[in-house]
Design a protein around this ligand. Sequence first.
Ligand code: ADP
Length: 163
Amino acid sequence: MVIAVYPGSFDPATYGHLDVIQRASVSFDKVIVGVLHNSAKSPLFSVEERVNILEKATKDIPNVIIKPFNGLSVNFARENHAQVIIRGLRAVTDFEYELQMAQTNRVLAPDVDTVFLTTSLEYAYLSSTIMKEVAYFGGDLTKFAPAEIIEAVKSKIANRVQE
Ligand code: ADP
């Protein structure tokens, strides 16, 4: 049984992330999406909210589960008996950082390999940050994420503006 973890911030998940998850679920027996408790960035959604959003968005894929995690991706992989870490690659701009991370992880954990899934072309430009920026200025989000996620982003931003 080949288990893969897919770590990230997912603040919140976009069609780009969901596409990677869907495709990974075909190649691996089990895909565990790890939602990072990232204190360095100040996320729009809490880790519980991000987990909840991903659970709803992936409910129809039986071999995908969502878990929060802290710390190193290689430790998260080992705790879950995963042999593989999945990362998405959009453009050359992702490449240098991702290569460095993959090499570091290989030094830390030679038994865990990184597998890159290249983005589907229609999502190559898409990131959680871009989606949030468009949302702040009231733009149309329908190309970026499913309706439930769009609603969550809009209500979160409306609450923030009121604060
Ligand atoms: P991180 O903060 O770890 O980069 P993200 O939530 O931004 O977390 O991304 C998690 C992973 O998903 C990363 O490997 C990233 O490259 C990938 N990813 C993000 N957006 C897309 C997209 N549109 N297409 C393919 N992969 C993507």
